[in-house]
Design a protein around this ligand. Structure first.
Ligand SMILES: Cc1cc2nc3c(=O)[nH]c(=O)nc-3n(C[C@H](O)[C@H](O)[C@H](O)COP(=O)(O)OP(=O)(O)OC[C@H]3O[C@@H](n4cnc5c(N)ncnc54)[C@H](O)[C@@H]3O)c2cc1C
Length: 510
């Protein structure tokens, strides 16, 4: 069922069993689990079914610290959320990503990778991916020509990715609209969350839109699913009953913001051509590998988890920095700049001799960011058009992040040399071991994580292992904001898995 909240009477009251705030990747993944339920599920979406510039502008904000994309254009504010822009790259987190590592401050999830395995498998269906199988040997048997570099498996392994084409807007709108149990309200922007006197339970949320109408939504369970930056913003901005915001007794909401550093960092020059079908991506690719550093080697070298992907050098050298290209406040224009640059670089690459393409590569880093309490989302005094304080993001990196990137290429370079395959040449910004500075155009993956981190105790994080806000019995957070550490892979497969796990938990509870 679908209702446009702009057409409701002002001050309407809506009641249901479960209220999901945000119909993006996490919110829709959960709503789909309740399609045939006897419970009444209210799904609140701030936008409509298409891009709306007034709604999108509610995402505007300010950034400080390491240069970042304009906040207004790093997410999409309408039904389907940021799947409208995502590239669909998926791979599960590794067991080590969940573990406490004494060389990574603030690491260690209160759940293990095994706890997520059954949900990864279900998330594959939600994201219309292939089988939940990332085992290299079985894919090698299935697809001819997947040949790995002959390097020491104790140091480097081949981590696989699959590719999703799921755009939740076109894929799931009809299913949601036709459901009798899920009541979707579009143009219902949540601006405040209200609870009982001592804030141990939420009673209602207040939603507004640009037509000037307000409605109140009452439910037994509330799930915040507005993306990591926006979830933190809404908790911090819900100050009607508490000056520091909800779930923020320990000043942790918004802290530990993490991104994935995705940056051209080195070059690989092979002595002779090597078949690289396993490592390169084309339109018919089912799986692709990145060169990953083993758990053993991460421990020995005390580094973060990261991978390396290959681009033909002729293409890689022509690509401009994403941080410079994705600079427009309108996300559609930023995306256009980005895709146009790839098309231009491809055209330029085709003019260069073919031989070099199979011998020389740009190496791109994909690495977790170490959790850092000073990397954080806070509120500005300026408000958006619906009266919610705007977001300030201070993105801050640490020396461990840089040391880890450098070390990954040193390890890979050594392996390439020992196997007599070729040489790795570090890019300028990594060459000086004492230099902890970052290039201005350092790229990030548009992956927002960590602002409502998961922990066993309220002293260390915002949500408990079931994604319930510590101390508030019926308020949950869905999405990558709950990540305690950020892993190296793109975050969406894991956030869908975690959302399905949360959905099961709430089903049991109600
Ligand atoms: C260019 C780009 C490429 C990417 N590529 C990849 C990739 O290859 N692989 C990968 O894993 N990830 C990728 N990502 C990241 C991925 O898109 C996100 O991880 C994912 O979409 C986040 O899901 P979410 O549900 O938390 O947030 P979203 O999908 O952004 O959904 C949030 C929803 O909440 C709604 N909302 C916000 N505020 C309110 C409010 N106050 N009231 C009601 N509703 C509200 C929004 O309108 C939206 O529908 C990419 C992102 C970008 C921008």
């Amino acid at each position: 069922m679908h209702i446009d909240a702009r057409k409701l009477e002002d001050d309407s009251i809506i009641e249901g069993d479960v209220c999901i705030i945000g119909a993006g990747t996490a919110g829709i993944s959960i709503a789909l689990e309740w399609i045939d339920s006897k419970k009444k599920v209210i799904l609140l979406e701030g936008g409509g079914f298409e891009y709306d510039k007034d709604v999108q502008s509610l995402y505007s904000g300010e950034t400080t610290g390491q240069k970042y994309y304009p906040l207004q254009s790093t997410r999409l504010h309408y039904f389907g959320g940021t799947t409208g822009h995502w590239a669909g790259m998926c791979s599960p987190y590794d067991p080590i990503d969940f573990q406490e590592r004494d060389w990574v401050p603030h690491s260690g999830w209160p759940i293990s990778r095994e706890a997520l395995d059954p949900f990864y498998s279900r998330a594959h269906r939600t994201l219309e991916l292939g089988p939940y199988n990332y085992d290299f040997e079985s894919w090698k048997a299935k697809i001819p020509g997947l040949i790995p570099f002959p390097v020491d498996e104790n140091v480097v392994w081949n981590k696989l990715w699959q590719f999703s084409e799921a755009r939740f807007n076109s894929l799931y709108a009809e299913t949601i609209i036709n459901s009798k149990s899920v009541h979707l309200y579009t143009y219902a922007n949540v601006v405040d969350i209200l609870g009982n006197e001592n804030l141990t339970k939420i009673h209602e949320v207040v939603a507004k839109n640009h037509s000037g109408k307000t409605c109140k939504i009452r439910a037994k369970q509330f799930i915040l699913a507005c993306g990591a930056i926006q979830n933190a913003r809404l908790l911090l901005a819900s100050r009607t009953q508490t000056s520091q915001g909800l779930g923020n007794d320990n000043d942790l909401v918004g802290r530990y913001f993490m991104e994935h550093l995705e940056h051209a960092s080195a070059e690989l020059w092979l002595f002779k051509p090597f078949p690289t079908k396993l490592y390169t991506w084309s339109s018919d690719t089912e799986v692709r590998a990145e060169l990953a550093i083993t758990e053993k080697s991460q421990r020995e070298n005390q580094i973060l988890n990261g991978t390396v992907s290959l681009f033909p050098l002729t293409l890689g050298r022509s690509l401009k920095s994403e941080m410079d290209l994705w600079n427009n406040e309108d996300p559609r224009k930023s995306a256009e700049n980005f895709w146009n640059d790839i098309a231009d670089a491809r055209a330029a690459a085709e003019k260069i001799t073919e031989g070099s393409i199979s011998r020389a590569f740009t190496l791109h880093t994909r690495i977790e960011q170490a959790p850092n309490p000073n990397s954080r989302v806070t509120l500005l005094s300026e408000k958006d058009e619906l009266g919610v304080p705007k977001t300030k993001l201070n993105w801050e990196l640490t020396a461990l992040d840089k040391r880890s990137i450098r070390r990954i290429y040193q390890l890979l370079g050594r392996q390439m040399g020992l196997s007599n395959l070729g040489r790795v040449r570090l890019n300028e910004f990594l060459r000086d071991e004492d230099d902890t500075a970052w290039p201005d155009d350092l790229n990030a993956g548009w992956h927002h994580m960590g602002t409502t981190r998961m922990s066993d105790t309220p002293k260390k994080g915002v949500v408990d292992p079931n994604c319930q806000v510590h101390g508030i019995s019926n308020l949950y957070v869905a999405g990558s904001g709950c990540y305690t550490t950020s892993g190296a892979p793109n975050p969406t497969l894991t956030l869908v898995a975690l959302s399905l796990r949360l959905s099961d938990y709430i089903k049991e509870k109600v």
